[in-house]
Ligand binder design. Sequence first.
Ligand code: NDP
Ligand code: GDR
Length: 374
Amino acid sequence: MNSSHPTGDLLSGHGKVALITGITGQDGAYLADFLLQKGYIVHGIKRRASLFNTDRIDHLYQDPHVSHRNFILHYGDLTDSTNLIRIIQQVQPDELYNLAAMSHVAVSFDTPEYTANADGIGTLRLLEAIRILGLEKKTRFYQASTSELYGLVQETPQRETTPFYPRSPYAVAKLYAYWITVNYREAYGIYACNGILFNHESPLRGETFVTRKITRALARIKLGLQDCLYLGNLDSLRDWGHARDYVEMQWLMLQQAHADDFVIATGVQYSVRHLVEIAGAALGLKISWRGSGVNETGSTPDGKTIIRVDPRYFRPTEVETLLGDPRKAHAKLGWAPKTSFTELVSEMVTEDLKSAERDELVKKHGYTTFDYNE
Ligand code: NDP
Ligand code: GDR
């Protein structure tokens, strides 16, 4: 991943120490890469899991027995303040990026209390740790806020001043995190920022978010490894950008003279249905639609139905439309997304096709591959 920025030379972070929560996630992996290239010493918090959960950052791994490492992982969890205080005391970060969260909107309806604890109170725990340790003047804080805060939108496009109307336990938890970040900035003078990021995707995106679910399934359908892709609301509209572009902004927000909050978006919107068409076209699959609502289907010219609607993917309250206005970030941070939607989808499809080809090979040799359909 290559991510230098015109406003800073490649080693402008030389010797600085960053701590990233959620380093094993999509953004954590891109941000770690980006900061290491800038010369940072990068610490990350990973959760204990019964299986290895570091796939996205394995290329950065450094053996703990080697001295002078610049990439160091710590076990931790946003629900454990003692652990967070100890790690922050040990690391003494110049910059703390809070990317950890139970980040799946639909799942937050199933695990609302845990989501509030990790995504809402977890943010408070980090800010309190900064305060308890007397790091208010040293540690700059980035909070991964979200376009989901706008929920039932009150204004289009959405900008920093647009009123919030969260529509899920996830968004409500993130609303608390947003305001506690603002409050600690105002109350204690901590350099703390909210990046209000609209959806951003990549080949590293979790497989159950709609973009990756689509690119992965269509690649498998193309190779005959899967028959059908089941989706929820095809009319949903999102402003989708590339995660690689967006982590650069997370860093830029912490390099300013004053802490502030910024919308990060492309300013262009597509429907889920359109996303299916573009991903299909990238694989040479022309998809035509028939029917409506739960009976809508998508078929290939040979009459094979490869897309069906399954109401289990509908949400109790849906965010129908999101479109960001990134003009403030453009003007004040000099930031603009580099990757178009079509380029993003094409990159994701290419990577998912490679992975499907590997599965095809495995299948040819008589082994079964796991057909994940969530
Ligand atoms: P991911 O779901 O890919 O990554 C989330 C990370 O948080 C993972 O490393 C996960 O660990 C970790 N995590 C989850 N719960 C805890 C916990 N209790 N304690 C410690 N770590 C935990 O999310 P993204 O990388 O896509 O997003 C990064 C952040 O940005 C999230 O806060 C998300 O809500 C927010 N956001 C994302 C947007 C997007 O479009 N991607 C848009 C706007 C905001 P593990 O790997 O073990 O599961
Ligand atoms: P979102 O992303 O909820 O916007 O949250 P997701 O990709 O899950 O959904 C986007 C839209 O697609 C519709 N949809 C489906 N979604 C999923 N996951 N699976 C389906 O089968 C499906 N069919 C249709 C959804 O209803 C929705 O309208 C993401 C997360 O990364 C959050 O953490 C982040 O805060 C926001 O983006 C900005």
